[in-house]
Write a protein that binds this ligand. Structure first.
Ligand code: ZN
Length: 202
């Protein structure tokens, strides 16, 4: 009998604050690793979310999945989708990722938008992220992954990579921007980042 799916663990659980361990090369292509990734994809889609890291299922391994689609962007106006450079992104699973920011004209993250986390339910807040990153790692079968990501996919990768380092978005959030989902939906989802900054005194 299949065991019940693991729930998404929330802030306060030490697994979200530890550095996750590398997946040993001997685990590539195993049914155990494949099963973990399948479970992560199911949990991400059910939530629904655009990314999930293994520690969010209580598994302290360096694995994350990400995926974005038009059906997940419905709450945003077209201008909001465009401003975020949010584009459909095919399902991608990365094991032992290495993330390198690609910033022209400075090393500070420059893109500031509202962000949330399935492990910190109920809230969103403004977080600065790099516009572009290089993502390297392996598929669950051990094949190399090398992607250049921009805009929202780059943000997702940075957020999920942070999970593997024991970092949550609330460690990076502009604290005065923190909004409940209800307030964000009513006031800020269609607003520009400048409007949010003005409205909340960020
Ligand atoms: Zn998260």
């Amino acid at each position: 009998m299949a065991s019940a799916p693991r729930p998404i663990v929330c802030a306060g659980n030490p697994v979200l604050r530890a550095r996750a361990a590398e997946v040993p090369a001997s685990d590539f292509g195993t049914r155990a690793l494949e099963a973990l990734v399948v479970e992560m994809v199911q949990a991400m889609r059910k939530a629904p979310g655009v990314g999930l890291a293994a520690p969010q299922l209580g598994v302290p391994l360096r694995v994350f999945v990400m995926e974005d689609g038009k059906h997940l962007m419905r709450a945003l106006a077209p201008e909001g989708v465009a401003a975020r450079r949010r584009v459909p992104f095919p399902l991608t699973a990365v094991v032992n990722p290495v993330l390198t920011p690609i910033e022209r004209g400075g090393t500070e993250p420059s893109e500031v938008f509202l962000e949330g986390c399935l492990s910190v339910p109920g809230y969103v807040g403004l977080v600065a992220r790099h516009l572009a990153v290089e993502l390297r790692g392996f598929t669950p079968f051990g094949d190399p992954v090398a992607l250049e990501l921009k805009g929202w996919p780059a943000r997702i990768a940075q957020h999920e990579y942070d999970h593997l380092e024991g970092t949550l978005y609330v460690d990076r959030v502009l604290t005065r921007s923190l909004s409940t989902n209800e307030e964000a939906k009513a006031r800020w989802l269609s607003a520009s980042t400048d409007d949010i900054r003005r409205g909340l005194g960020v």
